[in-house]
Design a protein around this ligand. Structure first.
Ligand SMILES: NC(=O)c1ccc[n+]([C@@H]2O[C@H](COP(=O)([O-])OP(=O)(O)OC[C@H]3O[C@@H](n4cnc5c(N)ncnc54)[C@H](OP(=O)(O)O)[C@@H]3O)[C@@H](O)[C@H]2O)c1
Length: 321
């Protein structure tokens, strides 16, 4: 079977196709034939050596969808099951071994592409706006990078909860994707000189209740500056670089700054599975629309990384083995 690996950290050129024997499933494990693997900024951070948990040699990819082809003695999945997963290293591969508890059945009406494209980002968005910072009906919420990924899912779910979402995207070709996701207003950052002023104007000078921001240092100061009193700045990623150390005394008074990551402390595997099942149901009933932008053959993982890093793509990129 072919897998994408890297023996050094670096640019997309470090990615290699490697031929390996298919693994044997351990007792609780399942072997899955990968039908679609997600390409994430997280994979790019792993490739660059920015995430300590990914050591060399790298087996890239963490999410995907496929069909169970072999099961260990104690595995609960069955051969032929259509399943999706997140948090399984080595997903850029023709076959992946995963603990059966990480595999979520894909509802009949959901394609492999939609499941691979929507599960992980949907779960992140669901956690952020339902549990971490529950979005209230009629809240005014700022969501950055709303044309793709978590930002687009946040826009859909916050709108569903009755909020008005002020979405931002970096470039004009991403604006319609954010509007389609339900954004109340879409601001194109490259075309606006004073983004803070534009957001204050939209909120009659009040500011926003919540700012969801996966850009890291790029929009930190601006996002915090447009919070209303008691507003919450929620950072969940650093697409534009890590936020430098914060001088608390220099922040506006009465605002809350919180950081989230994709892992939820104290969440049991059953709770995580329930959230995954919910997200796949939302994909099935169209509560969540999954936008897949580009599809690449497995061996073109390097091109997929280059495209994602270009910041031009709108929607999920997938590898099809
Ligand atoms: N995927 C998850 O479940 C998950 C979980 C936890 C954390 N995160 C983090 O959240 C952030 C966004 O992830 P995602 O999965 O939503 O990503 P994505 O679907 O691949 O979207 C990336 C978006 O990030 C924005 N961006 C800003 N600066 C960028 C840069 N320098 N290079 C590329 N894109 C840039 C772009 O939108 P604009 O051009 O409109 O700004 C782009 O469309 C990342 O830092 C990621 O690590 C993701």
């Amino acid at each position: 079977m072919r897998v994408i690996t890297a023996s050094n950290y670096g640019g997309p050129e470090v990615l290699r196709v490697e031929e390996r024997p298919a693994p044997q499933p351990q007792a609780d494990d399942v072997l899955v034939e990968v039908k679609a693997a997600g390409v994430n900024l997280m994979d790019i951070y792993a490739r660059r050596g920015m995430l300590g948990m990914f050591s060399l040699p790298l087996s890239l990819g963490v999410d995907g969808a496929g069909v169970v082809i072999a099961v260990g003695d104690r595995a609960t999945a069955r051969i032929g099951d259509r399943v999706a997963w997140e948090g399984v290293p080595g997903s850029y591969a023709e076959v992946v071994a995963a603990p059966s508890e990480r595999l979520i059945p894909i509802p009949e009406g959901v394609s492999f592409e939609a499941a691979a494209g929507g599960l992980m980002q949907g779960m992140t968005a669901q956690h952020l706006c339902y549990e971490a910072v529950p979005v209230a009906t009629d809240a005014v919420v700022l969501v950055h990078s709303a044309g793709s990924g978590v930002g687009r899912m946040l826009t859909q779910l916050a709108t569903r909860r009755g909020a008005r979402v002020i979405a931002t995207v970096s470039k004009s070709h991403k604006a319609s994707s954010a509007s389609d996701a339900g954004a109340w207003r879409v601001l194109v950052r490259d075309e606006i000189e004073d983004l803070g002023a534009a957001i204050r104007e939209l909120t009659d000078g009040e500011g926003v209740e919540i700012a969801f921001d996966g850009t890291g240092k790029t929009l930190f100061d601006m996002s915090v500056s447009v919070l209303r009193f008691n507003g919450v700045f929620a950072t969940y990623g650093f697409a534009g670089g890590r936020i430098p150390p914060i001088d608390l005394g220099a922040q506006p008074s009465g605002v809350h700054l919180v950081r989230y990551s994709s892992s939820v402390p104290a969440e049991s595997i059953d709770q995580r599975r329930q959230r995954a099942v919910q997200v796949l149901r939302w994909i099935e009933d169209k509560t969540l629309d999954v936008l897949v932008d580009r599809i690449y053959p497995l061996q073109d993982a390097g091109s997929a990384h280059r495209d994602l890093e270009s910041q031009q793509t709108v929607g999920k990129l997938l590898l099809i083995p």
